[in-house]
Design a protein around this ligand. Structure first.
Ligand SMILES: [Zn+2]
Length: 318
């Protein structure tokens, strides 16, 4: 199983079936088909009050199926769960109030709040559905000619409806590098890693530095550039560690380790409020992300930042 949240899904994506319009049409009206729902980017779960037993709320597609097809709501074929066709359906319109079976089956919640509570394979499916519906809803019009786009391949392709244009748009995932940068031990000083504080993070929360990959650079170059721009630290030996599909709205987090060649921090105050070198022993004393009384807090438990940081701490305590 994948060590990071939102990966490790168990659906067979059945990519060939997306293009089989007859099969998809039959699946949409099949009694066997199931669905996960989205409303205004929130996922449908059994309960939204952050309890440990929160699960994905998976309902028969027939509960909403016909209305979805006729209403023009966004939907996507996610794949097969065994033999069962699984769909993601956006019910942001007034549909929801009209279907008591939905009202009774659960609540809509922000995956940021409940993503670490639901079982990993369900979290992966909810993230996949959220990212696909978010992409569809943000690509309603052609970026070349402005005509409406229509959904094809069971929600996995959008095509411009202007016959002179026919621009195709594929599901997006925006690349972001995130890096655990360490300063080797020297002169009795143990190894340390650099953590920074974005002003938008909760008070006391520190995380790895990160940034969008730009056109015309490799991932390794993006790591070095972001570190230099945000912290003034030069890095060497950039090595890939792990990736995470981060569905807010559709980012691919790519985790790296790198070694700091320089130590002095020159903060980019447009991006960061603080950045410091911490030992593993110091980070081990940090409070959890949600701990409002802690002076320092670790990254969210569902993030690849946390995965990389925990791996480093475990390595340092060996
Ligand atoms: Zn167009």
């Amino acid at each position: 199983m994948s060590p990071v949240r939102y990966a490790g899904g168990v659906l067979d994506r059945a990519t060939k079936l997306r293009e089989d319009e007859d099969w998809i049409s039959a699946a949409l009206v099949s009694e066997a088909a199931m669905a996960v729902l989205l409303q205004d980017d929130r996922n449908f779960v059994t309960r939204a009050d952050r309890r440990e037993d929160t699960r994905a709320a998976i309902i028969p597609l027939s509960t909403v199926g016909e209305r979805v097809v006729t209403s023009g709501a966004s939907w996507v074929f996610l794949g097969l769960d065994g033999e069962v066709p699984m769909f993601g359906v956006d019910v942001s319109s007034q549909l929801i109030g009209e279907v008591p079976e939905i009202r009774d089956a659960g609540e809509f919640a922000d995956l940021r709040k409940i993503g670490s509570l639901v079982p990993p394979a369900e979290a992966a499916m909810l993230a996949y559905a959220r990212a696909m519906i978010a992409w569809q809803k943000r690509h309603r019009f052609c970026t070349v000619c402005g005509s409406p786009m229509e959904s094809q391949r069971a929600g996995h392709l959008r095509r411009c409806t202007n016959p002179d244009c026919k621009l195709e748009s594929f599901p997006r995932t925006d690349p972001v590098v995130i890096m655990l940068v360490t300063r080797p031990s020297s002169g009795g000083q143990p190894e340390r890693c650099l953590l920074g504080r974005h002003t938008r993070l909760p008070r006391g929360a520190y995380s790895l530095l990160a940034g969008f990959v730009e056109p015309g650079e490799s991932l390794e170059e993006a790591v070095a550039r972001e570190m230099w721009e945000e912290s003034g630290v030069r890095v060497l030996d950039v090595r890939y560690q792990a990736s995470q599909p981060w569905p807010f709205p559709y980012t691919m987090m790519m985790g790296f380790r790198a070694v700091a060649e320089t130590e002095e921090i020159v903060l980019d105050t447009d991006e960061l409020e603080d950045a410091r070198w911490f030992t593993a022993a110091e980070v081990s004393q940090f409070g959890e992300w949600g701990d409002e009384t802690a002076t320092f807090r670790v990254p969210r438990s569902d993030s690849v930042a946390r995965y990389l940081l925990d791996a480093w701490i475990a390595e340092q305590s060996r």
